[in-house]
Design a protein around this ligand. Structure first.
Ligand code: 13P
Length: 250
């Protein structure tokens, strides 16, 4: 299983900065070690240009941060999987905690996106994770179980192990500089692995589980060796090629 290093740029960078950052990242990391893959998740307006920069390079992939689960139609402001695939995306994030919080995305709506995106040919990174109150109340298992069972309800695909990734992103560790400890990460990833195995059997053991939340060039060495960590979803530190490249090559 190759480790996936995904950079979620969120709503940062203007066009020229985005193009420069990708060129720099490629020069710092190419050719990639054979056991690693890089996924860049920029804002929509930069997708096509970044696709042109990376499409011929082995191990580099492009993805979106979100989409709307319809083929096409009168949905002002929205973007469909068909459009994303057409400009070179192979992945999309679904259910990021910022979308759950600021855009009121429910587990049911997230499930609709997972099913629709997979059906249209996108690979999906489903984000899950508890907030601080839930952790303090001892509800980590309950939250992960709910987000997985609802988010993946009736999700079927003969190649699910290649098409689905789960990102465990504890909300309290996102953008706070407070990274989860290796023990906390190991516990959560174990729970997720068991839930995936219950749902998908043998294939569930091969679905990549990423950790996300304040990953940086210093703490990556403690995170990557944790059992069931098959990659990372990086926010802030992915914006600077110098930092992201250190994470990728760690
Ligand atoms: P930070 O790495 O900035 O904490 O963000 C994590 C994240 O939300 C990635 O999707």
């Amino acid at each position: 299983m190759k480790k996936l290093f995904a950079g979620n740029w969120k709503m940062y960078k203007i066009y020229s900065e985005a193009v420069e950052a990708v060129k720099k990242l490629m020069s710092l990391t190419s050719p990639l070690p054979k056991d690693r893959e890089v996924l860049i998740l920029p804002p929509y307006p930069y997708l096509k240009s970044i696709s042109d920069l990376i499409s011929k390079k082995d191990g580099y992939f492009l993805g979106a941060q979100n989409f709307y689960p319809e083929e096409e139609g009168a949905y002002t402001g929205e973007v469909s999987p068909k459009m994303l695939l057409d400009v070179g995306c192979s992945y999309s994030i679904v259910g990021h905690s910022e979308r759950r919080k600021y855009f009121n995305e429910s587990d049911e709506f997230i499930n609709k996106k997972v099913k629709f995106g997979l059906q249209k040919g996108l690979k999906i990174i489903l984000c899950i994770g508890e907030d601080l109150t839930e952790r303090k109340k001892g509800e980590v298992f309950k939250v992960l179980e709910r987000q997985i069972s609802k988010g993946l309800n009736e999700v079927k695909d003969s190649k699910i192990e290649e098409k689905l990734c789960i990102a465990y992103e504890p909300v309290w560790a996102i953008g706070t500089g407070e990274v989860a400890t290796p023990i906390q990460i190991e516990e959560a990833h174990k729970i997720i692995r068991e839930l995936l195995s219950d749902l998908f059997g043998e294939k569930g053991t091969k679905i990549r589980i990423l950790y996300g939340g304040s990953v940086n060039p210093e703490n990556i060495k403690d995170i990557l060796p944790v059992p069931n960590v098959n990659g990372v979803l990086v926010g802030g530190a992915s914006l600077k090629p110098e930092n992201f490249s250190k994470i990728i090559l760690s």
